[in-house]
Design a protein around this ligand. Sequence first.
Ligand SMILES: CSC[C@H]1O[C@H](OP(=O)(O)O)[C@H](O)[C@@H]1O
Ligand SMILES: Nc1ncnc2[nH]cnc12
Length: 297
Amino acid sequence: MSDPRRYEAEVGIIGGSGIYELDALTDVRRVRVSTPYGDPSGELVLGELSGTRVAFVPRHGARHHILPSRIPARANIHALKSLGVRQILGISAVGSLREDYAPGDLVVPDQIVDRTRADRGATFFDQDVVVHVAFAEPYCGRLRQLLIEAAGRATMATVHDSGTYCCMEGPQFSTRAESEMHRRLGFDLIGMTAVPEAKLAREAELCYAALCLVTDYDCWFDGHEDVTAQAVVDVMRRNSEAAKATLTTLLAKKSVDPECACQNVLASSINTPLEGLPDRAVERYALLLGKYLPASA
Ligand SMILES: CSC[C@H]1O[C@H](OP(=O)(O)O)[C@H](O)[C@@H]1O
Ligand SMILES: Nc1ncnc2[nH]cnc12
């Protein structure tokens, strides 16, 4: 297996249902990365897309064998950061909770409602150090704009520039009553994976935005089939070229901004004095807190 440090990447891409590889990558290397939070969803694929070094990981694993509640999101994001990644693009299949967001459309969501219930490992800082990051805007606004522009240029699909993603626990899809409740609450999209991925990207000081492909109308819309897993993957396979074309267009221009506010969010988020931390914390958080740790730590 290759040494990951030889193939630094700038941009991380997390693939969702139906997107288990990026065939446009060139100069491909596969690496195994271990982290203080366990193993990522599988090997990370390093390569070049439109002249940008990227690292790709399919969140459910290459065989789609990891359920949403058990995705090792902390390990995925820690591994990407350890490879040098400064920003992450998450690709997701979503159900639509409104008529005008139709199957085949692309959505770049701007808000998230967390309705998960399981302990998904929603923070890196689970011992010795207390961190509360600002999350009013869960996605990087700068990266969202780049994604919206790229999707508009790269595809014929309708692109929606906002939407509230409701993250449910699953793995079962919603009941009709739940789907109707989600609509009444004003949510636009339903999925199972935005949380904790977006929270962890913020804690890791990485810019993060999501490109969502609408695959279905969940189960609220009379005259449309109720969602099934097979239908989601079929629609994703048919439309995955739109997501890939968007990524190719986005990455053709420089998209990383080391001065973006996302990249320094911990400066105002750490409650615990970092002097005198136990060695285990210094070791656990070396990658995430390194620039804030006193020289003596
Ligand atoms: C395969 S249907 C349900 C599955 O699809 C979505 O996953 P992802 O966001 O990774 O594309 C949804 O959140 C569920 O995990
Ligand atoms: N209707 C739906 N509910 C939850 N997750 C989904 N992913 C794609 N469609 C979905």
